[in-house]
Design a protein around this ligand. Sequence first.
Ligand SMILES: [Zn+2]
Length: 139
Amino acid sequence: MRSYSGLILLPTFEERLEYLALNGVVGDETFGYDRYLNQMLYHNREFWMSIRDQVIIRDNGCDLACADREIPKGCKIIVHHIEPITVEDIYERSPKVYGLDNLVSTTLSTHNAIHYSNVKSRMPSAMVERKPNDQTPWR
Ligand SMILES: [Zn+2]
């Protein structure tokens, strides 16, 4: 299991990115993950925003909490779930959803690299091909 405590033991941004990389095997995001996540965040929005603030403050507003990678003002900060959460995690209120040890601050481009790049081989074929119906949860 990946965790924030494990992540911060790695000194460089590249090592942290490799540690977090999901290599396109996200699964959940192609099975309605975003839809359920957004639904959850909407119903618990105030709570999520307070958790999100705590993560950003803990990470000093830095990309993957790297002290030399401060996220510029005006650049959207994304709070990423280190171990991807599932719909079950949301229903069961798993600590993976709101636990600070499963969350880290990042930027949109780093977030895309975490989810969709094959960091080890840097092969563009690792990109997930999106099809019109691939967010349909019952498929
Ligand atoms: Zn993410």
